[in-house]
Design a protein around this ligand. Structure first.
Ligand code: CMC
Length: 429
């Protein structure tokens, strides 16, 4: 039976339908609010606003639950490959053997990057941040891979999605090699998605890269944990920009730009910088806890807090465990891990952090994992972007398939000057 809420204003009433999701989440459908009452809603940061219905990812911030297409992320981290997870997110179900083989062939066939794109890389100033470069390169892909007239729209979309998944990984490794002044290493058909990335990053003509099982596994889990997170800032950017019906490359490029921010994906780099600063400051983490609590100090405890999770981020739990296992199997002693654990121990007992529901999020331990694998700090957010790519693509595809999806165009409450007449320059004060 359809449910409604009733809004009363100035003696008149309007009935607004209630929408209930498959996990019992409730929303008030305000589609007709403005046309029937003249009102809009005001919700800074969209904290109470559902921008869409979606069947991709479910998260419960109070219970610390995250599922992709219904499957708990813990099970995927334990059993799935990143490729299977990408397929699951984009197509809505796990691939069977034939589908996975077909998908692997397509990824392999599309993994090379147009050689002319190399010149782009070489002309960026050396100090450029890899996220800025990646965002520009992905946008530029449209020029290198224009629409193929003979393909159907469905084939074209499949090809574009595959190109992104296959080439962004190659492009990320390319940017690292070029930043070091090294020869590029091309993808190999005999390696898995994760192995290939590590090989393209670390193989050199004088030192062949030996596949390290623990590093490959850590990268697999890292990418699976980042693969989607419903309507976060970068995903919303992809959906909003995509709603103008731009091409997929441009929409993904905007997602990469949004992810760059330190309050979002850039937090993984910011956490390592913060932990390093604490280390250089004699390991005095209590000072930083106090700074984070001081409202006059703009400092925030990076890797702590989340808009949706009001408990421990389930991804952070897996990441922390993996971090311990990885460092042990690679025989690495990282002093930043000790600082991170001490910081967590004290912070999670501190009344400010408890009252504000501030727990470690995925970025708190992920940087230490990436450091152990050998990824340079300024590439951390690029690693997040490669992982988030299947989610962005799946969310873009879902919005394009949604008959109700319109161009995103929020309203505002204007608070500026009321009308006044133009003043000629000679009469201005
Ligand atoms: N350190 C200190 N205080 C904090 C922190 C923090 N990391 N995060 C939130 N607070 C306080 C904030 O000062 C405010 O206090 P009060 O109500 O007393 O004024 C309260 O908690 C609510 O903060 P908010 O900024 O309104 O919360 P939000 O939901 O808008 O922001 C957040 C969420 C993730 C941006 C924020 O927690 C933050 O800045 N965290 C640090 C950056 C970070 O780790 N980002 C990665 C997020 S997970 C990866 C991803 O998916 O993007």
């Amino acid at each position: 039976m359809e449910e409604f809420v009733t809004l009363t204003y100035n003696g008149s009433e309007i009935k607004l339908p209630v929408v209930i999701g498959t996990e019992g989440e409730k929303a008030i459908d305000i589609t007709n609010l403005r046309s029937e009452t003249g009102f809009i809603t005001l919700d800074p940061g969209y904290a109470n606003t559902g921008s869409c219905t979606s069947a991709i990812t479910f998260m419960d911030g109070e219970k610390g639950i995250l599922r992709y297409r219904g499957i708990p992320v813990e099970q995927l981290a334990e059993n799935a490959t990143f490729k299977e997870t990408a397929y699951l997110l984009i197509h809505g179900r796990l691939p069977n053997r034939d589908e996975l083989t077909q998908f692997s062939i397509m990824l392999n066939d599309n993994s090379l990057v147009h050689t002319d794109m190399k010149a782009f890389y070489q002309n960026f100033p050396r100090a450029s941040h890899p996220m800025g470069i990646l965002s520009s390169m992905v946008n530029a892909m449209r020029s290198f891979y224009p629409i193929l007239e003979n393909e159907s729209e469905k084939e074209e979309i499949t090809l574009t999605m595959t190109r992104l998944l296959a080439k962004v990984r190659t492009m990320a490794a390319m940017s690292y090699k070029i930043s070091r002044g090294h020869e590029l290493v091309l993808p190999r058909p005999d390696l898995t998605y994760c192995e290939n990335f590590l090989n393209m990053m670390f193989e050199t003509p004088v030192k062949p890269y030996e596949i390290n099982r623990a590093a490959v596994n850590a990268l697999r889990v890292f990418w699976i944990l980042h693969a989607d997170h419903e309507q976060n800032c970068s995903t919303s950017a992809v959906r909003v920009v995509g709603s103008a019906r731009v091409n997929l490359y441009a929409a993904i490029s905007s997602g990469i730009s949004a992810l760059w921010g330190p309050l979002h994906g850039g937090a993984n780099q910011a956490v390592i910088e913060m932990l390093t600063e604490i280390q250089e400051d004699g390991g005095n983490f209590n000072k930083y806890i106090e700074k984070a609590k001081d409202k006059k100090d703009p400092f925030r405890m990076m890797g702590f807090g989340h808009r949706v999770y009001k408990t421990y981020d389930p991804r952070a739990k897996i990441m922390k465990k993996m971090c311990d296992e990885l460092l042990e199997s690679m025989n690495i002693k990282d002093p930043l891990l000790d600082i991170a654990k001490e910081l967590e121990e004290v912070a999670t007992k501190d009344p400010y952090f408890v009252d504000h529901n501030l727990y470690p999020n995925i970025d708190f331990y992920s940087g230490i994992v990436l450091r152990a694998i050998g990824i340079p700090t300024n590439m951390f957010t690029v690693m997040f972007a490669i992982g988030r790519l299947p989610g962005w693509i799946a969310q873009w595809k879902e919005s394009m398939d949604d008959p109700k999806w319109k161009i995103c165009r929020p309203r505002q409450v204007y608070t500026g000057n009321t009308a006044f007449d133009f003043v000629p320059i000679h009469a201005r004060r």
